[in-house]
Design a protein around this ligand. Sequence first.
Ligand code: NAG
Ligand code: NAG
Length: 409
Amino acid sequence: MLLLNKFPAWLSAFALLLLTQEPVSTSEVTACGVTVDPPANIEITDPGFLGYLSIHWTQPTSLQNLTGCTVRYQLRYYDTYEERWRSVRTVKLTYAAQFDLEKPIKVRILTVLKCACTKGTEVQGEEKEWVYTPEPTGVAESRIRDFHCVYYGKEYMECTWEAGPGQPPDSQHYLYYWHREMDETKECPEYFISSEGRSGCRFPRESLLEFSKFNLCINGSSPAGSLKMAYFSIEVQNHVKPTVVSSVHVSETDGELKLEWSPPSGQVPDHCLEYEVESSTTMENGKEKQEKIVLQNLEDTSFGIPRKAESQKTCFRIRSKVNMYCADGGFWSDWSQTKCTDKETQYIPKWRYLSLVVIGIAGVIILCLSLWTLKKISIKKINKKDALYTLYKEKVNKTMPTILSPILK
Ligand SMILES: *[C@@H]1O[C@H](CO)[C@@H](O)[C@H](O)[C@H]1NC(C)=O
Ligand SMILES: *[C@@H]1O[C@H](CO)[C@@H](O)[C@H](O)[C@H]1NC(C)=O
């Protein structure tokens, strides 16, 4: 079978190659007196959508005059991105699927017949496999490396790459992209330029489409010839990296530390976020204890944890990611600023309170005791004074005129 290439000339190498056809099962299946042949005239065409290929076929001639039957086709194709076979059944004569144009394209197809004469049971015909192996073209080792895309806060996406090890000097890279709402591929809207040339592309939100294949191709030219093509197919909602969580606030009430924050800015809906809280507690003995908790499905952006009895100070930082309810993957945001329990809310453990009370009581007792001793001493002194005075008075009374006695008294 010929792989027809109706569109771009740059893929002409494609059109020259034959699909190798191999019967998967060799036994011929018959039903209602006819052979259930696999579909005929299989064609795979490349409309130039970077791997989104169309598969066409026609009804097998053996089934042309059959009446009272439903004819369906079971198509299986190898998903090179997910590395597994995918299976579909259709009554149509066409199907479009995503392939990695750098890897062999494998398609298997059979006819499924259900007729009155088969008593309503399904008869599956012989399965045929078609394989097409693209021949790599371009300068050896010139394919780009380390390609990855990050969709920042669902506001813009950046895809970056490294030059291949064998890239000739003065090479120029080109990035093309396509999704199903585009009539044709487009070139990168804004390249990043590094000292080695183009190293990335920035896509505004408007150029992206979520929950759909987003196909990318990076090729290039050089004085030594064209560079090896690199193909990628992603779903942009799985590449989101939320912005940093802002305004983290820590407060303390009744043995509980409460953390409050504002959701990250950007276009990620609040219900699509999960958070990771990292706490680092400094203990009485000076040791630090770290803990990480992932919070999914939060109604509000606050979180309370019981305060540890031996803790002196607790610091928190938060990061966020798109949760499993909204995407199959994503990246953690950068960590927020670290916020700690501050001086006013610093926790004084119970035993410290107790020792304070004990010290207080002891202090009061000591004070009382000393006051009492002081008083006793002074009373003694007064007593002594009194005795002296009486003695003295006796003497004076004898020698002094009585007129002076009131002064001495
Ligand atoms: C189907 O019917 C047409 C016309 O009656 C005939 O020419 C043709 O050979 C038949 N095809 C098969 C597969 O029997
Ligand atoms: C790169 O691919 C695009 C189509 O996706 C094509 O138009 C362009 O000519 C190619 N460039 C090179 C240098 O191969």
